[in-house]
Design a protein around this ligand. Structure first.
Ligand code: GLN
Length: 190
């Protein structure tokens, strides 16, 4: 199974490593043509304004939108989650806008650079998921078609809508591959 990782900016290399460890063929995506033959795409963490601008510049917005609507699975971590959201509080930055969510950037306060938390995720067997949050966004609101899979302080930090998955933290940093494996299982179901 060929999985793409958007490789414009941010933590894309770590995702390639995890995907390979999970037995997937991982490829870097920088141009629309590189989306061909890909079953799933990871939008990594990084700086969502920079990634969004580069997506516009590299002509990727419309192709990714189209492929996702056709059923390609997409997983957005952190900045990737912001890029998938329909609504971003106090921001008009470029985005895919495919997921029925309202997100708030840097939602834990700018002074909280990063922290870790154990999350209860009923869909994932094997105990709590250790989550690393880095200048993390939160999902403030979700539409009726969005399933919340984990929360921190009553706010969603893992959510799924059909073939789209988002986490506000960075699972590629902990060595726990369960979220990536869950994402790969979404693709097999397509
Ligand atoms: N704060 C970043 C943004 O708003 C996201 C941080 C991250 O991806 N770790 O784009």
């Amino acid at each position: 199974m060929k999985i793409g990782v958007l490789a414009l900016q941010g933590a894309f290399r770590e995702h390639l490593t995890v995907l390979e460890r999970c037995g997937a063929e991982a490829v870097e995506v920088r141009q629309p043509g590189e989306l061909e033959g890909i079953g799933g795409l990871i939008l990594p963490g990084g700086e969502s304004t920079t990634i969004g601008k580069l997506m516009v510049e590299w002509d990727l917005m419309e192709t990714i939108r189209q492929r996702t609507k056709e059923g390609m699975a997409v997983y957005g971590t952190c900045a990737g989650m912001i890029l998938l959201a329909k609504s971003i509080v106090d921001s008009d930055q470029p985005r895919l806008g495919l997921m029925d969510t309202t997100v708030r950037r840097n939602a834990f306060g700018r002074q909280v650079e990063s922290f870790e938390e154990d999350l209860t995720v009923p869909e994932l067997a094997g105990g709590p998921v250790r989550a690393v949050f880095i200048r993390a966004p939160l999902i403030e609101e979700v539409g009726a078609n969005v399933a919340v899979m984990a929360q921190v302080n009553g706010k969603a930090v893992i959510a799924r809508q059909d073939n789209m998955l988002v986490t506000s933290f960075h699972p590629e940093l902990t060595g726990d591959d369960r979220i990536h494996r869950y994402f790969l299982s979404m693709i097999k179901q397509e």
